[in-house]
Design a protein around this ligand. Structure first.
Ligand code: HEC
Length: 213
């Protein structure tokens, strides 16, 4: 396999590319379409060869990701309904019903891209890395645009408690809101804690948060 075809295979396996870069040749595009899923899987597993078992388990797609991969994220509506139902069942809401934490902590979590990397030690607290995909507070100039801008998020929703609940659900498990979402399933995959998710909800919904200024 050439380096380029390896890269294309990896990108397809990760489900991150829906359109090829402008510069890619038609030949590469045709090769990408023909990529054999079994070959991609074998290659992926080989790259995780020395990783501990819990990491190996993470490259096995679960039922939801299998369905999204099969349909290249464009699942038929009956399948989308099944995914949303299954993923919603994984969302655990705080026992006391309080969904809003501390926006100052949420601000730090949104800006923290650490955690989940081979180079991290066990004590590394994971961040949400939300700015990789979203604009949040206006003062932050460095942000990605894969996801929609979340500026004035709470204010625009009139701080409505139903919207607070939706946001908690979205951050806990993005696929419980939109089947085959490109956003990570932070709570369902135990990447962020309940408290961290509450703090992020506060960053979006507290009237004092810079997101709403
Ligand atoms: C890898 C990119 C990515 C990351 C990282 C990410 N998101 Fe998202 N997010 C998306 C996309 C894409 C959407 C649009 C809907 C969808 O595809 O699920 C979205 C939608 C949302 C929505 C709903 C927006 C609406 O239209 O009402 C909220 C709220 C949200 N994200 C919050 C967060 C927070 C908080 C974090 C950090 C913990 C985060 N996101 C991290 C990609 C991302």
């Amino acid at each position: 396999m050439t380096t380029m075809s390896k890269l294309v295979a990896l990108a397809i396996a990760a489900g991150v590319i829906t359109t090829l870069p402008f510069a890619a040749s038609a030949q590469t595009a045709a090769a990408a379409k023909r990529a054999d899923p079994a070959l991609v899987e074998t290659y992926l597993k080989a790259t995780f060869g020395k990783a501990p078992p819990e990491w190996q388990a993470r490259i096995e797609p679960d039922e939801t990701l299998r369905a999204c991969n099969l349909h290249r994220n464009d699942v038929p509506s009956a399948e989308a309904d099944k995914i949303i139902k299954r993923e919603l069942a994984k969302v655990v809401f705080p026992a006391d019903g309080k969904l809003i934490g501390d926006w100052k902590e949420g601000k730090k979590i949104a800006n923290n891209g650490r955690g989940g990397q081979f180079s991290d030690d066990e004590k590394t607290v994971s961040g949400g890395n939300c700015y990789a995909c979203h604009q949040m507070e206006k003062a932050e100039l460095s942000y990605g645009t894969l996801g929609p801008s979340l500026t004035a998020y709470g204010k625009e929703r009139k701080f409505d408690p139903a919207e607070v609940r939706n946001a908690f659900t979205k951050i806990y498990n993005s696929q419980a809101v939109l089947a085959c979402s490109n956003m990570p399933r932070f709570g369902a995959n135990k990447f962020l804690s309940e408290q961290q998710i509450m703090d992020l909800v506060a960053f979006l919904f507290d009237p004092e948060s810079p997101v709403n200024k």
